[in-house]
Design a binder for this molecule. Structure first.
Ligand SMILES: NC(=O)c1ccc[n+]([C@@H]2O[C@H](COP(=O)([O-])OP(=O)(O)OC[C@H]3O[C@@H](n4cnc5c(N)ncnc54)[C@H](OP(=O)(O)O)[C@@H]3O)[C@@H](O)[C@H]2O)c1
Length: 383
């Protein structure tokens, strides 16, 4: 690992070629000429010049290939910002990146993590939108957030209000954004309409439940059966879930009874694939839409021909990374979306996913826990 990082070049490259994602840990810094007066700063809590980071030098089993390492931080250029990472989740996409199976991969060696919240410690003299003390999140995936500090371009960050809970801020930019977009962009939904989803206890699923409830939508929430099903069902209902049903029960005739009490779903959200997705399609309203955003079962989606011919269902996909790239030229839709989500958070209508807070040094246990089935809790690194 080179000790210096080429952030300015990397971020410019990312802006020019939105598909060429590279972790900032894997590039070499071209130092920028400092301008006067000197950078504005607040007292950093980490040793000056260095940071700790969870890095992987090869793809493989996360608990085996991810190591805690010390990185030297580059100096803060005129358009750069030194941030102290506060908290960062371990998401399935992060795991897939370490395994080498995700849709885009950083150059190795790389720092893990794509999401998280940081606090600005120091800004370069040409930075205009951020100041020391501000909370920020990465605009895009690929930044490598499992670290205590970083020097990044002002343009790669977006400011977040610091009056929301830390764990909400750390988990805001991926799952709640995905949930909000899928509830907004694929079907016109009115209060009283129904949405059905699988992986309802996932981070995305919990955000779907809460945003849908705030909009007066009925949700049918499918989870895998487990010994503590009632406990999980109660927890999801306390968040606003209308119905919580196991995958097994979804296949049984009594499901039809449910549709005497609520309309058939216009929208199905699929984070699992395989048979689970086929079951969602079976219950979809004529002309409804199924949006696939995840494939946790690693099984393909099979669409019964009858669903296409007789029900004319629409089968779509969504990737929040692509949505952000498509809106990179105009930040307003992204900022508006974050504002809407922060308002829900302040109103107590959107909480962070159920999670375990872990220290960086406990990363091996946290990575293993993040891959456990039936865990129903997200691992969040407190940095
Ligand atoms: N397309 C996008 O823009 C986008 C954005 C965010 C997330 N995602 C994707 O959405 C999915 C969920 O992400 P997340 O952060 O919300 O996940 P998460 O909080 O880590 O939860 C994982 C979920 O997957 C379920 N699951 C795991 N293995 C399964 C299997 N073999 N069959 C059925 N369900 C299984 C878990 O259920 P159990 O409790 O039963 O284990 C749990 O509900 C991931 O695939 C992620 O990559 C996509």
């Amino acid at each position: 690992m080179k000790s210096s990082l080429l952030l300015s070049v990397f971020l410019r490259q990312c802006a020019e070629t939105r598909t060429n994602f590279r972790s900032f840990s894997s590039v070499v810094l071209k130092r920028q000429v400092p301008c006067s007066p000197g950078p504005r700063r607040m007292q950093p809590r980490f040793a000056s010049g260095g940071c700790s980071a969870l890095m992987f030098r090869r793809h493989g089993e996360p608990s085996q290939v991810v190591e805690l390492e010390t990185l030297e931080l580059p100096s803060v250029g005129a358009n750069d910002v030194l941030v102290r990472m506060l908290a960062a989740p371990i998401n399935p996409a992060d795991i897939n990146m370490v395994q080498g199976t995700y849709a885009f991969l950083p150059e190795l060696p790389a720092v893990g993590g794509n999401e998280g919240v940081a606090q600005v410690v120091e800004v370069g003299c040409q930075v205009t939108t951020l100041k020391p003390g501000d909370w920020v999140i990465p605009k895009d995936a690929g930044l490598g957030t499992w670290r205590t500090a970083a020097v990044v371009s002002e343009n790669s960050l977006i400011q977040l209000p610091s009056d929301i809970p830390l764990l909400s801020a750390a988990t805001l930019s991926v799952n709640p954004c995905t949930a909000l977009r899928m509830l907004s962009d694929f079907q016109e939904l009115q209060a009283g309409d129904t949405v059905i989803q699988n992986a309802a206890n996932s981070g995305v699923g919990q955000a779907v439940i809460q945003i849908a409830a705030a909009r007066g939508l009925t949700t049918i929430n499918i989870v895998r059966d487990r010994p503590q099903f009632n406990q999980l069902s109660d927890r999801l209902k306390a968040m606003g879930a209308s119905h919580v049903i196991t995958e097994e029960a979804l296949r049984l005739p009594p499901m039809q009874e449910l549709f005497k009490t609520c309309p058939k779903p216009k929208l199905a959200l699929n984070g699992v694939g395989g048979k689970s997705a086929t079951e969602l399609l079976r219950h979809l309203e004529h002309g409804g839409t199924m949006v696939t955003y995840g494939g946790m079962s690693k099984r393909p989606v099979t669409i019964p021909v009858g669903a296409l011919i007789f029900k004319d269902v629409k089968v779509r996909g969504f990737w929040v990374t692509k949505w952000k790239a498509n809106h990179a030229h105009d930040e307003k839709p992204f900022i508006d979306m974050l504002d809407e989500l922060c308002t829900l958070i302040r109103q107590g209508k959107l909480t962070a996913p159920v999670c375990n807070q872990v220290e960086l040094g406990d990363h091996r246990r946290a990575l293993e826990a993040a891959m456990e089935p039936y865990a129903s809790a997200k691992q969040i690194l407190i940095l």
